[in-house]
Design a protein around this ligand. Structure first.
Ligand code: IDP
Ligand code: MG
Length: 150
């Protein structure tokens, strides 16, 4: 199995609204493996680095303020196809365009309060994981692995 990882982050609105357990439940139940997890307040420079590709966009200052407005839950999830599948589970950037059944489609309305982040490619995931987890992540193999992968 490829050890593909994705950086998944519950944004401050998701934490404030009590959606931490719901999000974790969905990734766990799909069969993905939690490799890193922490609740943290986000320093402004970290938010700016995370969203550096969007720095020229008019909504960038509001986006940074949003991410720094309360604690986030930073996570690393691992498993086959977790980057692309994680994006599908999260739904479209604009929650009004997110399908019901996705996290944003079930729990959000506005793009500036869309509950969750997920890496958009394996390369982005590697960059984001080293940014948010410079200390590294946990090493373990779930006992259920042979019941999830053939
Ligand atoms: P993504 O989170 O679905 O990958 P990106 O285009 O990478 O979407 O944008 C990052 C985040 O910036 C979005 O999740 C959303 O919170 C915010 N954002 C994106 N577009 C807009 C916008 O047009 N107005 C306000 N916020 C936006
Ligand atoms: Mg993105």
């Amino acid at each position: 199995m490829a050890t593909e990882q994705s950086y998944i982050m519950i944004k401050p609105d998701g934490v404030q609204r009590g959606l931490v357990g719901e999000v974790i439940k969905r990734f766990e139940q799909r069969g993905y493996t939690l490799k890193g997890l922490k609740l943290m307040n986000v320093p402004k420079d970290l938010a700016e680095k995370h969203y550096q590709d969007l720095s020229a966009r008019p909504f960038f200052p509001a986006l940074v303020d949003y991410i720094c407005s309360g604690p986030v839950v930073a996570m690393v999830w691992e498993g086959k196809g977790v980057v692309a599948t994680g994006r599908k589970m999260i739904g479209a950037t604009n929650p009004l365009a997110s399908e019901p059944g996705t996290i944003r489609g079930d729990f959000a309305i506005e793009v500036g309060r869309n509950v969750i982040h997920g890496s958009d490619s394996v390369e982005s995931a590697q960059r984001e994981i080293s940014l948010w987890f410079p200390e590294g992540v946990a090493e373990w193999t779930p006992a259920a692995k042979p019941w999830i992968y053939e």
